[in-house]
Structures are given as structure tokens and as C-alpha cells.
Design a protein around this ligand. Structure first.
Ligand SMILES: NC(=O)c1ccc[n+]([C@@H]2O[C@H](COP(=O)([O-])OP(=O)(O)OC[C@H]3O[C@@H](n4cnc5c(N)ncnc54)[C@H](OP(=O)(O)O)[C@@H]3O)[C@@H](O)[C@H]2O)c1
Length: 419
């Protein structure tokens, strides 16, 4: 029996909340708290007739630590699940510490204003020392370790699909199939078609920032950075078929490189269609992906925010998207002195997800693990004082929960590897 506060009421939150309501034996009470309370109330109205979970709602600005702390203290949940934006990670962690409750999220910290000189100084030092230039990294949240340890509280970072399930797959492979893992290739394939020439599956600003940035991977103890979209492979995905995929920087590479002993190389690939890439390149070339404000007819506008206003709302893609996703990891390594290869993946169908919870598979594959991570913490299955990523816990109960709650996985002991 758990009481959970959920912050944010967007695409991912909708699925996480629907799943908590399906799991009402565990989540007896939830509060949905977000910036726009009318969205929380509308979702609560939709779910109340079909769940035993008691749902309350509240308006909150999660950038404001004091306001948020007061709300958490008043509701007194067992934990807070952050499914707002990565911009709010640190303020929500602060409020959890002040109120004495556990913390869970799905994406590591990224600043909203990357021109902030204080943040920029730390960022530039990190780029130089570590060798990757992504705007997000774990250092900001790992800095809270001692505070969470002293408070006896758990902070569970990155319980979405990637990061999240992909790291649990890694811990599971290491526990049951390998003595040593040497390489990890994380493959994220979206074979869905929404019928538009160009649209993003989640928040366009976060999505386009990620995809247009340089790619990087971990090899022999260091980061190697390459120009955006410069490493391309083809792969024949079960349930989807042949797709082009491109190497991207991704946050779980950073924590897996620390937590998987003896790992020599970790890469992340995502599939993109030619139409998406051509549109993105064109928008980039003409300056529409810029985050720097410009003056237009006496008014300041940020090009990427203007673009966001023109693009289809990701939430509106749900009813139109057909096809499947296939996300998983290919491992190579050693078991009992012999070389071994293994692939663990999940296939998810966009239309089935829409039928079940009114969202497409991108939100579904993130929202289900967000609920499962919250359950692991509030039920005391994954609790230890400090700040952790998901591969640092026993993967078995989480893997069982994936099968039960809509993301069944497949183990292939003879997969084709990526060159
Ligand atoms: N690990 C993974 O696999 C994975 C995959 C996809 C996404 N994610 C992460 O999931 C999270 C949610 O993504 P999404 O696509 O659901 O985003 P979204 O649809 O844009 O929803 C974000 C929600 O947060 C709310 N919010 C924003 N700023 C706030 C503030 N200051 N105070 C209170 N609420 C605030 C928004 O309120 P309004 O309604 O007022 O705008 C909105 O309801 C993000 O952190 C994203 O990076 C993780």
C-alpha cells in the first residue's frame, strides 16, 4: 500500500498515472501535481470511474523548492515521481530532501538556460575533462549522494525505457548470462508511422536538441565524440524489419560505464527515416533549431520555440500512429571461459498502447517503467540511502514486473551483432 505524488501531467505522466491506477492494490492513493492543474483534473476525471486508487490533484510550480516542499509535506506521500521535465530534477530532489520522502525520475538533469554563465563554466570544464559535449550528465544529481545517504532516503534516477529498462536488461544479463560483459549496443527502433512528413514523438525542444547534437560512445575507458549522424548502421529488427540507425550520445552510457565492471565499449543507436533527417537538416541549416532569441518585428522570439508551435503536438500523434517499437540491448562477453552474445528486447505496438491508455508507444514504454520504478521504491524492494541508477539494484523483480505490466521481453541467445 503506497501513497505517491506524481509531478507533471504530459505524455509520459499520462501513462504512468494510468498504470498506477491499474495497480491500485499497491498505489492506494496518488496526487497528480503539475503546472496546469486543469490537465491534472481532466485526467483524474477520466480515471476515477475505472480505478480504486484515490486521486487528488494540485497546481504546483516545480521550479520553486519552497512551494513544492509545502505541497509534499501537506500530502505526506511515500515518494515523489518526477515526470515533469529534466529542468526540474534538482529542485524536486531538494524538495524531497526537505520533506523527507524518496525521489524517482526518468531523465537526468539538463538546464533550461544553457547560456547561464554559472552553469556554463561547470559544463565547459566537464566537456574538456570527460570529452562529451551533451548538455545533460549525471554529475549534478550524483552530487546529492551524501545528502540522500544522511537523510536515509532513496533517489532512483532514470527509470524510463532508455535510460531505465535498457540498464535493467544489462544488470539482468550480467546476473544470469555472463561472467563479464565486454560490449553493450543499445538499439532503439521506432517503426511507427504517424502519416506526417515531420513530427517529433515527444517534447520537440528536448527531442531536437538531443538528435542534432554530436554523437558519442564509450570505448576503453574514455568518450569518443563524433559529428551528429555520422555513424550509420542497418539492422533487421524483429517485429519491424530493416531500418537505418544512427549513433547518438545517450545518458545511460555514463552510468553503465561506471557500474558494469570490465565493460570495454558502450554505444547507443536510434532509427530515423530519411524524411525526418532531411527535414531536420533543412531546419538546422536555416537556423530554426537555434535556442538563441532573435528580434522579429519588434518582438523577441526563440526559433526552436516558434518551430514547436508549428509542429503537431506529440500527444495528437497517438490516434494516428501505426506500427511497432523494438528497444533492447545486444551484449557480448564471456561465460564459463567462452565467448557469448545475447540480445534482450521488447516489442511494443503503437495502436495497442493507444487502445489501452490513450497514448502511443513512446510514452507507453517510458510511463510503464516509471510506475514500476516507483513501485520498487515505495514497496521497499529497491530502497537504500543515496542516489542510484536502476542497474545498481537486483533486476529480477523489475523484469518480472515488466512482463506483468505490459512490456514483455524476449531473450535471443543467437543474435546478429552490429559492426
Ligand atoms: N527515459 C526515457 O525513456 C524517456 C523517454 C521519453 C521522455 N522521458 C522524460 O520524461 C519526462 C516527461 O516527458 P513528456 O514527453 O511527458 O513531456 P511533456 O509532455 O512536455 O510533459 C511535461 C509535463 O511537465 C509539466 N511541467 C513542466 N514544467 C513544470 C514546472 N515548472 N512545474 C510543474 N510542472 C511542470 C508540464 O506542464 P504543462 O502541462 O503546464 O506544460 C507537463 O505536464 C521528461 O523528463 C523526458 O525527458 C524519458
Amino acid at each position: 500500500m503506497s501513497k505517491l505524488m506524481i509531478i507533471g501531467c504530459g505524455g509520459v505522466a499520462r501513462v504512468a498515472i494510468a498504470k498506477c491506477c491499474q495497480n491500485s492494490e499497491v498505489f492506494t492513493e496518488i496526487m497528480i501535481a503539475s503546472r496546469t492543474v486543469s490537465k491534472c483534473e481532466a485526467l483524474a476525471e477520466e480515471l476515477r470511474p475505472i480505478t480504486k486508487t484515490v486521486i487528488t490533484t494540485a497546481q504546483v510550480n516545480a521550479d520553486n523548492v519552497e512551494e513544492l516542499t509545502a505541497l509534499i509535506k501537506g500530502y505526506a506521500p511515500d515518494a515523489v515521481l518526477n515526470v515533469a521535465l529534466p529542468y526540474q530534477d534538482l529542485t524536486i530532489m531538494e524538495a524531497c530532501l526537505a520533506a523527507g520522502v524518496h525521489y524517482i525520475d526518468t531523465a537526468n538533469y539538463e538546464p533550461e538556460n544553457t547560456d547561464d554563465p554559472q552553469w556554463r563554466a561547470v559544463y565547459e570544464k566537464r566537456c574538456e575533462e570527460l570529452g562529451f559535449s551533451a548538455y545533460f550528465d549525471y554529475s549534478w544529481q550524483w552530487a546529492y549522494r551524501e545528502k540522500f545517504e544522511k537523510a536515509g532516503l532513496t533517489a532512483l534516477c532514470g527509470t524510463g525505457f532508455d535510460p531505465g529498462v535498457t540498464s535493467v536488461f544489462t544488470a539482468y544479463a550480467l546476473k544470469h548470462y555472463f561472467d563479464e560483459i565486454h560490449t553493450i549496443d543499445i538499439l532503439d527502433c521506432n517503426g511507427g508511422d504517424h502519416g506526417y512528413p515531420f513530427a517529433t514523438n515527444f517534447n520537440p525542444e528536448i527531442n531536437l536538441r538531443e538528435v542534432s547534437a554530436p554523437g558519442s560512445y564509450w570505448e576503453n575507458g574514455k568518450w569518443i565524440e563524433v559529428p551528429a549522424m555520422s555513424i550509420k548502421r542497418e539492422y533487421d529488427f524483429a517485429g519491424v524489419g530493416m531500418k537505418d540507425m544512427y549513433l547518438l550520445h545517450h545518458e545511460e552510457i555514463e552510468s553503465l560505464a561506471k557500474n558494469i565492471p570490465g565493460v570495454k565499449r558502450i554505444r547507443f543507436f536510434m532509427t530515423f527515416g530519411q524524411s525526418y533527417l532531411t527535414h531536420m537538416k533543412c531546419l538546422e541549416n536555416i537556423g530554426m533549431l537555434s535556442t538563441t532569441p532573435i528580434m522579429y518585428e519588434g518582438r523577441e522570439i526563440v526559433p526552436i520555440q516558434f518551430l514547436k508551435a508549428l509542429l503537431p503536438d506529440p500527444a495528437s500523434l497517438g490516434p494516428r500512429t501505426k506500427g511497432k517499437t523494438n528497444i533492447g540491448c545486444i551484449f557480448t562477453g564471456i561465460k564459463d571461459g567462452k565467448e557469448k552474445t545475447l540480445y534482450i528486447y521488447n516489442i511494443c505496438d503503437h495502436e495497442e498502447c493507444y487502445k489501452e491508455v490513450g497514448s502511443q508507444a513512446i510514452s507507453y514504454t517510458t510511463g510503464v517503467p516509471a510506475m514500476i520504478g516507483a513501485m520498487m521504491v515505495t514497496e521497499g524492494i529497491w530502497q537504500k540511502p543515496g542516489v542510484f541508477t536502476v542497474e545498481e539494484f537486483d533486476p529480477d523483480p523489475y523484469m518480472e514486473a515488466l512482463n506483468k505490466w505490459g512490456l514483455p521481453w524476449v531473450v535471443d541467445e543467437n543474435p546478429k551483432v552490429v559492426e
